[in-house]
Design a protein around this ligand. Sequence first.
Ligand code: COA
Length: 570
Amino acid sequence: MAKKDLVIRIGGEGGEGVVSAGDFIAAACARAGLEVYTFKTFPAEVKGGYCMYQVRTSSERVYNQGDTYDVFCAFNGEAYELNKHLLVPGSVMVYDGPGGDFEPEIPEGVIAYPIPMTKTALALKSKRSKNMVALGALSALFNISEATLKEVLTLKFKKKGEDILNFNLGAFDEGKKLAQALEKVDEFRVADARTPDDVIIISGNDACGMGAILGGLEFFSAYPITPATEIAKFVATHIPKKAGTLLQAEDEIASIAQLLGASYAGKKSMTATSGPGLALMSEMLGMATMSETPCMLVDVQRGGPSTGMPTKHEQSDLFIAIHGGHGDSPRIVLSVEDVNDCVNMSVDALNLAEQYQCPVILLSDGSLAFSTQTIPAPKKENFKIVNRRKWDCKGEYKRYELTGDNISPMADPGTPGAQHIATGLEHNEKGSPSWDIHNRDLQMDKRYNKLSTVIENYHDTEIDGEGEADLGIITWGSTIGVAREAVERMRAEGMKVKGFYPKLMWPMPVEQYEAFAKTCKKILVPEVNYLGQLSHFIRAETSIDPISYPICQGLPFTPSQIIAKSKEVL
Ligand code: COA
């Protein structure tokens, strides 16, 4: 398959401005009308440690960060050491030299461009601008529009002061001159600019915040945790314009407790956290189930257990999202594939919480949280907003009335005639505590059966491919984007492969899984966790016996990994 994309990876130390340089390239490519998918990984320390940013750009849609890089820009020796095994004939390295902290060995066939980044920045008396020297060089070498890059870096640095902007623009020009003095011997270049579609470039976390605002969010209950904090930051900026409220609590337990209070009071409410926070919130999620209080929670998964690998990618919260907590506590669990889903499915999650009056957990992950992608500009008028069923103030009010669809009308506190006891205790239709055996059966059935229509109402599982296949790939979350490309590449080689990409994780659409599996000789389930959590649910809930393919190293899959495993199992 002819290569249509370009992957640039920048590696350096936290504090050297790797992230800014990558962000500027991504923004410039998006402004040039190109598709962009970025991936970044950095340590938990604020300064120091290896930091990597990868930009994949193309004139066609890209679904993941790519297999490896075409161009590697090494800011220091550590980054070089960690990435040199990926230097293959034809690939390009731009590195800090001479005068950097390392002297690379250039393998045969690899094209290397030395740019004295540190030396130049020091000569300009602004060590901070080393990343801008690199950016100027990358712009000149790989056709990244200088004008657009300067536009985006001006937007960022102007806020920091005229002097900071000027020394950075100066460093950019120096980097450009250094690159122009070299002979370009590779063929890599960013695709030519084209008229941009109506798109925006946004990170997964910001997109969750944007979806929540578009979904009519009225109350956000915040408690910061990596890698979810930016969701609250986005909402904090935008919710006041909608007359809504963001309130930061003292910990995760208080955070979800105040969410339930606001939701009980009639406000569309959510919170966002990561694995350790979700663990702390599990008791209150049970309260939301029992009290039938709408509750939307975004869980941005990270490497666990405990504090684990806070800035690293993992998809290991499926067990806790679906069954975390004591007793039988039904809930809805969704998972996003990409940044576009982060917008759309945040709206869906708020809607489902309101419609079914229960907890809805939206699973994102560490790679998507910080990944910036170009997505169609969301339009408010395209979103359907669902609000909870309200009491019509007629007849006797029963908070947990046994209705035909098991969803009971809610009344805001203070509504005349709607007095009831609000508690986490088992209750009768009026809300009064009850240990009656028959009532227990009725209320348990009510809480489970009201979710029986979720599968038919939420059609978001996608089947990629038709007819019979030798291999079916089932996966979830951001691994879907990687599987899409793997499936496409294997088909191009003549292999019979299909994909099944669920977004509704719970209740599990068992019939859809089984119908898909019937058309495939073997089923492979790649996912980024140790145990193969989705495989586990597939075995428990369906008649399928999949081949589990879990990896758990803090990084997302690459398409090549899935292709290699597929060939092995076939
Ligand atoms: N001139 C002036 N300022 C510059 C600059 C330049 N040439 N290049 C970068 N900067 C600024 C950036 O604007 C940014 O400031 P801001 O926060 O005000 O925007 C800052 O320097 C850091 O640069 P950036 O490029 O964003 O990051 P980096 O590549 O140096 O990497 C981080 C550092 C961000 C990854 C790291 O510091 C960090 O925060 N790690 C995560 C820690 C964490 O979350 N831990 C969780 C534990 S639970």
